[in-house]
Design a protein around this ligand. Structure first.
Ligand code: ZN
Length: 448
C-alpha cells in the first residue's frame, strides 16, 4: 500500500509536507517526497491511497492505562486515592468475570483507536480465556498487557503471569505480556523478587517474540514510602522507593514506572543508572489530587518519559490527544516558564518514547523497517487553520475527533471515522446493560 500526498510527520523533528509512505505487510518499507516515492514504487502494483493533504503521524502510544475500566467510568469520582480504591474500585472489581474484563477492554480499545492510539500498555486482572489480550486480538489493536500481581494472592498472581505469557505473548504480532507488580505498597518484597525471577525466566524462553517488560505504579501517592515501611516492616533507604527496589534486585532497563510523581534525588539517580522509564499521566494525577510529575527534570536527567491516560475510572477517558495538551501545560505555570515541555518534545513522548518504553526498537517513528502503525489526522478544520507548525497543532489545537484513519500492523482498522469490522453500537449496548447489573450488585456488596 502507498499512502501519498500527505504531510508525513516522521518523528519529533522530521516531516515532509508533500510526502508518501510505502507499506508492505506489517512494515514501512519507504518514506519520502510523493514524486520520489511514486518514481521508485509507482508501477509495482501497490494499492495507492490519496491522503489529500491529511497529516500522517506514527500511531500514538498510551503507555499506562487499564482499558477494561471503561466499565467503571464515572462510577466514583472526587475521592481520595486509598478510599477510592478500597471502598469503591476494588469491591466493584471483585465482581468482574473474564467476560466483563474482555467487554470493558473491547470498548476501551475502540475508544483508543478512534482517538489515534495504536498501542496501549494496559494492566488488569487476568482470567485465562477472556481478558484484555483477547479483547485487543478481537479489535486488532497492538498492546502490552500487564498481569496484575498482588500480595493477597501470590501464587495465583504468578500462575496468571506465566499462563498469560504462554498463551498470548507474541500472538498475531500484536500482543506482548508484561509483569505488573501493582505497586510497592501492594506487593511484598518476597513476591516482587519472585515475580522478577519468573520474568527473567520467561524472557529467556519467549523474549525473542518481544521483550517482556515490568511495569508498576511508582511514587503516585506521597504516603507510599511510609505505607511500605509500615506494612512490610522494611527499610526504605533515603526515603527512596527506587533504592528500596534496587535493594530487592528488581530494577532494570525493562522497568517502566507509571506516575513518578513523588521522586527524590536518590530515586532519580537510581533511575538514571538503570535506564528506568517513566509513564506520565497528567490528567489522572490531577483528578486524584496526587500532585504532578516533574517531567522537565526527568527529561533533563535523560530519563525517557512517555505518556498515559491511566484508567478511564480516574481520567475519565482514554483520550491521548487531550493528554498531550495537559502534559505540555502542566509544568509551565509551576515552573513559571513556558519553554518547558515544548510541543515537539511532548509529541515525541506520545510516540517514539512510548514505543521505546514498552520495549520496542522498531516502532514509534515513520522509518523504513519500522512497524506500520500509523494515525491519519484531518487538518481541514476551522480550529486547525492555518498551519505554521505541525507539532504545535498536534499538541495544542488538535482534538481526538480529528483522527480520520488508523493503521495497526499494516492493516487499516479504522477508516474515514468508521470501524472496518467492529459494530460499535452493539458493544456500547452490551456495556450499558452489564454495567447496570454490576452497579446493582456492588451496591449490595457495599451495603447500599
Ligand atoms: Zn494506573
Amino acid at each position: 500500500m502507498i499512502l501519498k500526498g500527505g504531510w508525513i510527520v516522521q518523528d519529533y523533528r522530521r516531516n515532509i509536507r508533500d510526502g508518501a509512505v510505502v507499506i508492505e505487510d506489517n512494515r514501512i518499507v519507504d518514506v519520502g517526497p510523493t514524486d520520489e516515492i511514486l518514481r521508485r514504487h509507482g508501477g509495482s502494483g501497490h494499492d495507492i491511497i490519496d491522503l489529500d493533504g491529511k497529516i500522517v503521524i506514527p500511531g500514538i502510544v498510551n503507555s499506562h492505562t487499564h482499558i477494561s475500566m471503561t466499565l467503571l467510568r464515572g462510577y466514583a469520582d472526587d475521592l481520595l486515592l486509598q478510599e477510592w480504591l478500597e471502598k469503591y474500585i476494588w469491591p466493584y472489581e471483585s465482581l468482574l468475570t473474564g467476560a466483563d474484563i474482555e467487554l470493558g477492554a473491547i470498548l476501551g480499545a475502540i475508544e483508543s483507536i478512534a482517538s489515534g492510539v495504536t498501542n496501549v500498555c494496559s494492566m488488569y486482572h487476568y482470567h485465562s480465556d477472556r481478558n484484555e489480550a483477547t479483547a485487543l486480538l478481537k479489535v486488532g489493536l497492538r498492546g502490552t498487557i500487564g498481569i496484575a500481581i498482588f500480595t493477597w494472592d501470590p501464587e495465583g498472581s504468578l500462575r496468571n503471569f506465566r499462563d498469560a505469557v504462554e498463551r498470548y505473548h507474541g500472538r498475531d504480532g500484536l500482543i506482548r505480556i508484561a509483569s505488573c507488580p501493582h505497586a510497592p505498597y501492594t506487593v511484598d518484597p518476597e513476591l516482587w523478587k519472585n515475580s522478577e525471577d519468573l520474568r527473567l525466566e520467561l524472557n529467556s524462553r519467549y523474549g525473542d517474540m518481544g521483550r517482556i517488560i515490568v511495569t508498576s505504579h511508582i511514587a503516585e501517592d506521597w504516603r507510599e514510602v511510609d505505607i511500605v515501611r509500615e506494612r512490610f516492616n522494611v527499610e526504605v533507604p533515603d526515603g527512596s522507593i527506587m533504592k528500596y527496589l534496587e535493594g530487592l534486585g528488581v530494577v532494570s532497563s525493562d522497568f517502566l514506572a507509571a506516575h513518578g510523581i513523588h521522586l527524590n534525588e536518590v530515586d532519580i539517580e537510581v533511575m538514571k543508572r538503570y535506564d528506568v522509564k517513566v509513564a506520565h499521566n497528567p490528567v489522572a494525577n490531577m483528578k486524584l489530587g496526587m500532585g504532578y510529575a516533574d517531567t522537565p527534570r526527568l527529561l533533563d536527567s535523560g530519563i525517557k518519559v512517555s505518556l498515559g491516560t491511566d484508567g478511564p475510572a480516574s481520567n475519565n477517558t482514554l483520550d491521548m490527544v487531550e493528554t498531550m495538551k495537559f502534559a505540555a501545560l502542566i509544568n509551565k505555570p509551576i515552573k513559571r516558564d513556558p519553554r518547558v515541555t515544548p510541543a515537539n518534545i511532548v509529541f515525541r513522548m506520545a510516540t517514539e518514547y512510548g514505543a521505546i518504553n514498552l520495549g520496542y526498537n522498531d516502532l514509534g517513528r515513520i522509518e523504513p523497517g519500522y512497524l506500520a502503525d500509523l494515525t491519519i489526522i484531518d487538518f481541514n478544520k476551522p480550529h486547525l487553520t492555518p498551519v505554521y507548525d505541525v507539532y504545535s497543532h498536534l499538541v495544542y489545537a488538535c482534538r481526538s475527533s480529528d483522527v480520520d484513519t488508523v493503521i495497526v500492523n499494516g492493516r487499516i482498522i479504522y477508516e474515514s471515522k468508521e470501524f472496518v469490522d467492529i459494530n460499535v453500537y452493539e458493544v456500547m449496548d452490551k456495556v450499558r446493560r452489564r454495567s447496570m447489573e454490576l452497579y446493582e450488585k456492588v451496591r449490595e456488596v457495599r451495603g447500599g
